[in-house]
Write a protein that binds this ligand. Structure first.
Ligand code: NAD
Ligand code: DAU
Length: 336
């Protein structure tokens, strides 16, 4: 049994990871999250009264706040999800991306070193490798060539983690994963945006020619990989996780419409994202061979399950879209 400090646990992947730890281990979990627009404590309603769970509202880039958290909680392990995560927002303004993703990561590394945290798991992304042509896969040896302000900030944070390993001999593991989908994903990302828009009879904005390719992985498979990297990963190593599910965006959008029984006339081609990466595809063979991990979901099965989840949890995403979800913290924890 360990004390695990999870950052960004009120977001999409972090909340799924917190739930996995509480249900599938005896670890104690402290969730540190600033509750930005992407942080939603309604993602964790079923966990908030768990005896091994605690929530702390704090900003990872605030060194004094992190000092207090580490001093009070003395975590054995940090699993670091907190980030600004949406590429389109980074194109509009990269300031928060540099502050949270780069400075925030450095603050956490400093505190983990001072407070002698045993292991630091840094959750990163395939986007640090840049964009692929029609063939080939990203391996852990692929050079880092980020193209968006988001991926540049994530690559910078990966390099700070690498430096902590080499300079301070810290026990850090970096995970890099492809595009996640599943329950509790903020409806600004492709899959939940398209599901919610289609359910409301709104247009589905497809960027460019719709032929960009992403390698889709169910969030539970990603979380299972992070847990394995946390438990069995070797210090200083990078582990790639992908879903073995490369699909063109247009295919994904049409599949969502088919599952919802909606017509393709809702598809609306819009101006392309500036600097839009063409294709991502992960080689996860290292994680399969050394961690005994593999994705359990097929894309078709996982997408069907996910569409059903958004149908059954309409209130969840309607409260996100209306902004009502932001009142939840005040209601549960008082005005702090
Ligand atoms: P998200 O945007 O859904 O959640 C991010 C969380 O971090 C939110 O709860 C937010 O409140 C919190 N946060 C932001 N700034 C903070 C700060 N300064 N201090 C404390 N908390 C802060 O993100 P996600 O999609 O769950 O991604 C989680 C991590 O996984 C990120 O590091 C992201 O780069 C990485 N990742 C995401 C994907 C994906 O497909 N979504 C794929 C690979 C890697
Ligand atoms: O690859 C991992 C990354 O996946 C993570 O590191 C990021 O945090 C996460 O946001 C995601 O980045 P993408 O930019 O790939 O995801 P997004 O859902 O924004 O877009 C997926 C694809 O769909 C991409 O080619 C752009 C396209 N798209 C997206 C939106 C929001 C559209 O065509 N229309 C849209 O409205």
């Amino acid at each position: 049994m360990s004390k695990i400090l999870v950052t960004g646990g009120a977001g999409f992947i972090g909340s799924n990871f917190v739930r996995m730890l509480l249900q599938g281990s005896d670890h104690h979990v402290v969730n540190v999250d600033a509750l930005t627009y992407a942080g939603n404590l309604e993602n964790l309603v079923d966990c908030e009264r768990h005896e091994r769970y605690a929530f702390v509202k704090a900003d990872i880039a605030d060194a004094a706040a992190m000092d207090a958290v580490f001093a009070a909680r003395r975590p054995d392990v940090v699993v670091h999800f907190a980030a600004e995560s949406h590429v389109d927002r980074s194109v509009l303004d990269a300031t928060a991306f540099v502050r949270t993703n780069v400075i925030g990561t450095q603050v956490l590394l400093d505190k983990a070193r001072v407070f002698k945290t045993q292991r630091f798991v840094h959750v990163s992304t395939d986007e640090v490798y840049g964009s692929l042509g029609a063939s080939g896969y990203f391996t852990e040896e692929t050079p880092i060539q980020p193209n968006s302000p988001y991926s540049a900030s994530k690559a910078s944070s990966d390099l700070m983690v690498r430096a902590a390993v080499h300079t301070h001999h810290m026990d850090c593991v970096i995970t890099r994963c492809s595009n996640n989908y599943g329950p509790f994903q903020f409806p600004e990302k492709l899959i939940p945006l398209m599901i919610a828009n289609a359910m409301e009879g709104k247009k589905l904005p497809v960027y460019g020619d719709g032929k960009n390719v992403r390698d889709w992985i169910h969030v539970v498979d990603h979380c299972a990989g992070i847990k394995k990297a946390m438990e069995q990963g070797r210090a200083g190593e990078v582990y790639n996780f992908g879903g073995d599910a490369e699909r063109e965006n247009l295919f994904v959008v049409k599949e969502i419409l088919r599952l919802l029984g909606k017509g393709e006339d809702l598809i609306h081609y819009v101006k392309d994202r500036p600097g839009h990466d063409r294709r991502y595809a992960m080689d996860s063979s290292k994680a399969c061979a050394t961690l005994g991990w593999r994705p359990a979901h097929t894309f078709e099965g996982g997408l069907r399950e996910t569409v059903a989840w958004y149908q059954q949890n309409r209130q969840w995403w309607e409260r996100v879209r209306s902004g009502a979800y932001q009142d939840y913290y005040k209601q549960q924890y008082g005005a702090r």
